[in-house]
Design a protein around this ligand. Structure first.
Ligand SMILES: Cc1ncccc1-c1cc(O)c2nc[nH]c(=O)c2c1
Ligand SMILES: [Mg+2]
Length: 214
C-alpha cells in the first residue's frame, strides 16, 4: 500500500478531528482504529485507566517510552497542569514524523518534547540534555524486552525518586514477564495490576502500576 498505517491514522485525524482539540484527536484515532484498521495505540479502554492514574499523580515531569503515532502522548499531555512537561521517546523515525504532526494538530506541542532514538541510549542523557532531575511518572509502551532493562537504567541514572509512578502497557499481551517478575519481586516497588483488554479487541491485556519506594 502506498501510505503507511501511521499516515492513514494522521489522515483520519486531519479529516475527523478539530485542530487544537485533543479530545477530538483521541476520538478520531479510536474510531478509525476500531472500525477501519487496528493499530497499537493504548486505546480507549486502557486509556481510561491511564487517565485516572495520571490525574492521581498529576506529574510535573513525565516520560513516555514508545510514542508510535502520539495517541497516548496526546492523552497524557492533555491532562498535564500548566508548566508540566512530557518527554516522549520514539525509535522509529517514520512513527516520530507522524506523531509530531498529530501532537501539533492537537495543539499540545508546547508541553511535549519528542526525542528520536533508542531508549537505552537516550535515558542516560536525559539529565544533561533536558535538565531533568527526576521523573514523577513514566509510561512504558515501547518494546516488551526493553521494559526491565530500561527501568533498571532509570534507577541507575537517578531518574526515579520516592513516589515515582511507573505505568506499563501490554503486560499480558504481548506480555512482559521479566518486567513483571522484576517490579513484583523487588522491595523497591509497590505494584498493582489493572485488568483490561487489548486495544480495540476482546483479548485480555492490562496495565501494571508500580510505585518506586526510593
Ligand atoms: C502489535 C501487537 N499485535 C498483537 C497484540 C499486541 C500488539 C501490541 C500492542 C501494543 O499496545 C503495543 N504497544 C507497544 N509496543 C508494541 O510492540 C505493542 C504491540
Ligand atoms: Mg501498547
Amino acid at each position: 500500500t502506498r501510505t503507511s498505517r501511521p499516515q492513514r491514522i494522521l489522515k483520519a485525524v486531519q479529516k475527523n478531528a478539530t485542530k487544537g482539540d485533543p479530545e477530538s484527536v483521541i476520538s478520531a484515532i479510536d474510531h478509525y482504529c476500531r472500525h477501519k484498521e487496528w493499530a497499537m495505540n493504548v486505546g480507549d479502554d486502557k486509556g481510561l485507566i491511564l487517565d485516572s492514574v495520571l490525574t492521581e499523580v498529576n506529574p510535573s515531569t513525565a516520560l513516555e517510552l514508545g510514542t508510535y503515532c502520539g495517541y497516548s502522548t496526546v492523552r497524557i499531555a492533555r491532562l498535564l497542569s500548566p508548566g508540566s512537561k512530557l518527554i516522549t521517546v520514539e525509535f522509529n523515525p517514520a512513527f516520530a514524523a507522524v506523531a509530531r504532526q498529530i501532537i501539533a494538530y492537537a495543539g499540545l506541542q508546547d508541553k511535549i518534547t519528542l526525542v528520536e532514538g533508542p531508549s537505552g541510549d537516550l535515558i542516560p542523557k536525559m539529565k544533561e540534555r533536558f535538565g531533568i532531575k527526576s521523573f514523577d511518572f513514566v509510561f512504558l509502551d515501547h518494546w516488551k524486552d526493553r521494559y526491565e532493562p530500561d527501568t533498571k537504567l532509570l534507577e541507575d541514572c537517578g531518574l526515579l525518586k520516592k513516589g515515582t509512578v511507573l505505568l506499563a502497557d501490554n503486560v499480558i499481551c504481548p506480555g512482559t514477564p521479566e518486567y513483571l517478575k522484576y517490579v513484583r519481586n523487588s522491595p523497591r516497588y509497590e505494584s498493582r495490576y489493572y485488568k483490561s483488554n487489548l486495544e480495540y479487541s476482546k483479548v485480555e491485556d492490562g496495565l501494571e502500576k508500580s510505585v518506586f519506594l526510593g
